[in-house]
Design a binder for this molecule. Structure first.
Ligand SMILES: Cc1ncc(COP(=O)(O)O)c(C=O)c1O
Length: 394
């Protein structure tokens, strides 16, 4: 290990304390991924400084453009999704924002589905009012509502929607987009890089909120954008750099630790969630269970055709005669399900949504609660739901 670039003649302890130990530690090998942090990246000489090229992913130039830890995570995520390139961002919403900002200019049109993640819709509205981007919506359940015009640049997909659980026909959208030379960006957070082969089915850009299953502990915010096309990746990477959206190697390491077993968690939670969804379907207070993997549920045919698994996130719709106050009380009475946004950690969550305030033509009249099934025992979660449901009769 080298103590200093020019380490001869250091006389004081102070300078020895300050000078770094550069290079690998001979004789040390570990199974753990190292957390390589950096703002400054040092060059071995002036010639390599002058030759630096931050766009070249074989080189390191500055902390913002990546360290071995962040690149390790990016490589694994690209591999996982069947893509070639990956950009990491400080949140899932930052990933959404980077895709829209990089690819749209004044006059370009973006088509959003009516089931899109609400902050993505708000962001597109902001771009519309501030920067002259044209925003229109389509109904993910109706292919005939997808109207491509000459200025349409980006077709947004979220399947299923993370509250409504409505599925889109991704292969049909992919075909249409290719015919018109339009890019498809999919927020595929529910499928988590596991349950839906997004690139095979026609997407160009896959967005993940790694905040969910990939990090797995309800304690990290991160997002990713995976692509196959190099030119598209470079366009996104350019804006990424200009906006200075780096991620912490510490956080990347948390996700790296979680990746080897997150598929096992996803699958185990899927089994548990389907049992709970099937049980809820039998309860008189519940009018509809919106879980695409449930036989006969809305979207089940598309789910069977395109998906190989399901997230443990689904919604229940109560009978229309049950007032919102009682539904809120049901959520308050749950003991194991906590009340909070996001999902993908080990603890179960419940959230009521007033769909008539979010959606124009929402077809159900009863109140909706979204459930996230964590890693608790399935029977304990059913018991908890049962005791809270019994409170509805009071
Ligand atoms: C479907 C979906 N996409 C994106 C996001 C944004 O992710 P983040 O919370 O990391 O910004 C969320 C967060 O809840 C989400 O549910």
């Amino acid at each position: 290990m080298t103590t200093s670039r020019k380490n001869q003649g250091i006389r004081t302890t102070q300078t020895r304390l300050v000078q770094p130990e550069l290079g690998p530690a001979p004789g040390f090998r570990s199974l753990a991924s190292a957390v390589e942090r950096a703002s400054t990246v040092v060059f071995s000489d002036v010639a390599s400084l002058r030759k630096r090229n931050w766009r070249n992913e074989e080189q390191y130039a500055y902390g913002l453009t990546g360290t071995p830890t962040t690149r390790r995570l990016a490589r694994k995520l690209a591999l996982l999704e069947g893509g070639k390139h990956c950009i990491l961002l400080p949140s899932g919403l930052a990933a959404i924002s980077l895709v829209m900002t990089s690819l749209l200019k004044a006059g370009d049109r973006i088509l959003l589905p009516t089931n899109a993640y609400e902050p993505a819709v708000e962001l597109a509205r902001f771009f519309q009012s501030r920067f002259g981007i044209v925003l229109d919506f389509y109904d993910p359940l109706k292919m005939e509502s997808v109207i491509i015009t000459a200025n349409t640049r980006l077709l947004w997909v979220e399947t299923p929607g993370s509250i409504s659980m409505e599925l889109a026909d991704l292969p049909a959208l992919g075909k249409l987009a290719r015919q018109h030379d339009v890019l498809i960006a999919i927020d595929a957070t529910w499928a988590a890089g596991i349950a839906l082969p997004v690139f095979e089915l026609g997407a160009d850009i896959s967005i993940q909120a790694l905040t969910k299953y990939q990090s797995g502990g309800s304690d990290v915010m991160m997002g990713s954008i995976v692509t196959r096309d190099l030119g598209l990746h470079q366009q996104l990477a350019e804006t990424h750099m200009q906006f200075g959206m780096g991620v912490s190697p510490e956080d990347c390491n948390i996700v790296l630790r979680s990746l080897p077993h997150y598929k096992l968690r996803y699958q185990a939670q899927d089994v548990s969630a389907r049992k709970i969804a099937a049980w809820l379907k039998q309860q008189p207070a519940i009018a509809t269970v919106l879980h695409p993997a449930l036989e006969g549920a809305p979207g089940n045919e598309l789910w069977q055709r395109d998906f190989s698994g399901a997230a443990s996130l689904f919604s229940i719709v109560f009978q229309p005669h049950i007032p919102q106050e009682k539904i809120d009380r049901f959520v308050d009475q749950l003991q194991l399900f906590h009340i909070g946004f996001s999902w993908g950690g080990s603890v179960s969550l419940a959230l009521p949504f007033e769909m008539d305030k979010i959606r124009n033509a929402w077809p159900y009249r009863g109140g909706l609660v979204r459930l996230y099934i964590g890693l608790e025992d399935t029977g304990d979660l059913i018991d908890d739901l049962q005791q809270a449901l019994s409170g509805l009769e009071e």
